[in-house]
Design a protein around this ligand. Structure first.
Ligand code: NAD
Length: 529
């Protein structure tokens, strides 16, 4: 069966079965059983979604995705052609220009977004299952992420109603000024493979709330849940052409989208290297407005007066979550020298206890590395760390479960600021430790990077926490916590971590343009006598 709509595909996520856990917890006996979801009997096949209808794979080439945790084929996705991309952009253009979405009231747009929130809630288990299969993240984490996405739609529905401009009643008796916000137009949305559904939902509801139309291109290795969302929005009453999803590689469909003259804005989330190409393509085409969410090399600053037990747990979570494949992973531990050795041992102890293994096992905390290429990249950095003289305190090896690709949470000590592992984004479960003596030194080390995405500080001294928060250049900051978030708080980076903000009211405003309207009151003062 080729390219049928997502809803007609068999759903495997309800087929729970009990089997022995296939994970490794260092220092723990693997005697207890747990709930592990079954693998699908056959890969699920998807079409792509343009102008309110599904197109089958037909003669198009196909991406066959193998689960990184199990090494078996799980999905088949079409490689769209240039003509498919044009059809998607034209559908979005037409849907924007005829105002079928932007011309609705905020209340009507909110109603669709609320129905979509309900649709995501209803299909949460299905979404989490396919997300886990394609990405390799633990099923419990995928479920939590999908739960968070419901909130994104609900929050954005309120913003659709409350979005407003400004007025100036202080321009004298002859003039009244109004500032309106208008949707920016057709928005291309390109997303990466690390949080395929979450990152999508940090953008799509807000873009729709603003009144824009969309052409989305997910990562070629994790397209399934974007296609499921298209179906949910369609079922929620989103008019045809307002959301279109094309699938394909970055170098073909992605490049075509960023160069397209009919796309007014591009929201790109991914590597800084591709982000540069997006900027170039905008300059060479129609100067489309850009939102860029790029890489990070995020500091975790730990003062000696912190609750060290909390901090060690938070630091381990900050780099272990999503196998460190987060743009906001806390990958640089900067710790006060007086407690540095003790604290590194505490983090290593947490790493020892973390459950790494089968992503379909409900108790797994750290799953598989998402792609072969990323696995090679991470192991290459670990090798480089050793070669450049850092001390391996924990991990550093590939874990063999007989299938899939797994890397043990890894901790390096004796790291200096010149080392490659201290400078480059590894995008894996690798943490480097650097000591500091003064607050000024901690801030200097934290800012010694081309990135500025996120940072955390751990201290019980509010003055220190606030001084560090003010001085460290990062778009997201956490005090005595890490990697928390929600629909209200904006996301985005300083420096080479990107431009613009997603989520919150800022995330809707990002997808609007401001228009100032000057209104003359009464008789005009003549220019020509
Ligand atoms: P990537 O840049 O390789 O790919 C991201 C997306 O861009 C994919 O959909 C890909 O197909 C597409 N793409 C690739 N080449 C393209 C091109 N020439 N033109 C247009 N599109 C193209 O990134 P990735 O490997 O999928 O993700 C990892 C990177 O993403 C890391 O650097 C990470 O820090 C970053 N990231 C950032 C954030 C954030 O919010 N700041 C979030 C997640 C990931």
């Amino acid at each position: 069966m080729n390219g049928v709509p997502a809803s007609t595909q068999p759903l495997k996520s309800n087929s729970l079965q009990i089997r022995f856990p296939k994970f490794l917890r260092w220092g723990m006996k693997m005697s207890d059983s747990s709930i592990v979801l079954s693998l699908p009997d056959q890969p699920r096949e998807f079409g792509f979604f343009v102008d309110g209808s599904w197109s089958p794979i037909e003669s198009r080439e196909v991406f066959e995705r193998f689960s990184p945790g199990h090494g078996v084929p799980v999905t088949r996705i079409p490689k769209c052609t240039d003509a498919d991309l044009d059809a998607a952009v034209n559908a979005a253009r037409k849907a924007f220009d005829d105002r079928r979405w932007s011309g609705l009231s905020g209340a009507d747009r909110a109603a669709v977004l609320l129905k979509a929130a309900e649709g995501v809630r209803t299909r949460a288990e299905e979404i989490a299952y396919w997300e886990t299969l394609e990405n390799g993240k633990p099923i419990s984490q995928a479920r939590a992420e999908v739960g968070g996405c419901v909130g994104m739609f609900e929050y954005a529905s309120g913003l659709a109603r409350s979005l407003h401009g400004d007025s100036f009643n202080n321009l004298g008796d002859g003039m009244f000024g109004v500032v309106t916000r208008e949707p920016v137009g057709v928005v291309g949305v390109i997303t990466p493979w690390n949080f395929p559904f979450l990152i999508l939902c940090e953008r799509i509801p807000y873009i729709l709330a603003a009144g824009c139309t969309i052409v989305a291109k997910p990562s070629e290795v994790t397209s399934a849940t974007t296609l499921i969302l298209a179906e949910i929005l369609h079922d929620a009453g989103l008019p045809a052409g307002v959301l279109n999803v094309v699938t394909g590689s970055g170098s073909t469909i992605g490049q075509g989208l960023i160069e397209h003259e009919q796309v007014d804005m591009l929201s790109f989330t991914g590597s800084t290297a591709v982000g540069r190409r997006v900027v170039e393509a905008s300059g060479k085409s129609n100067f489309k407005k850009l939102g860029l969410e790029l890489g990070g090399k995020n500091p975790q600053i730990v003062f000696a007066d912190a609750d060290l037990e909390d901090a060690a747990d938070g630091v381990a979570f900050g780099i272990g979550f999503n196998t460190g494949q987060c743009c906001v992973s806390g990958s640089r531990l900067i710790v006060e020298r007086t407690v540095a050795e003790k604290f590194a041992s505490m983090v290593a102890e947490k790493f020892r206890k973390v459950r790494v293994g089968d992503p379909l096992d409900e108790r797994t905390q750290v799953g598989a590395i998402t792609t072969d290429a990323q696995n090679t990249t991470i192991m290459g950095y670990i090798e480089k760390g050793r070669a450049e003289g850092a001390t391996l305190i924990h991990g550093g090896e590939q874990l063999d479960f007989g299938h899939g690709q797994y890397i043990a949470p890894t901790l390096f000590g004796n790291v200096t600021s010149e080392m490659t592992i201290a400078r480059e984004e590894i995008f894996g479960p690798v943490l480097t430790v650097m000591p500091f003596d003064t607050l000024e030194e901690a801030v200097a080390i934290a800012n010694d990077t081309e990135y500025g995405l996120a940072a955390s500080v751990w201290t019980k001294n509010i003055d220190k926490a606030l001084v560090v928060t003010r001085r460290v250049q990062a778009g997201r900051f956490w005090i005595n916590t890490t990697l928390s978030g929600g629909p209200e708080l904006p996301i985005g980076g300083f420096k080479q971590s990107g431009w613009g903000r997603e989520a919150g009211i800022y995330g809707v405003e990002e997808y609007t343009q401001v228009k100032s309207v000057h209104i003359e009151i009464g008789k005009r003062t003549p220019w020509v006598a």
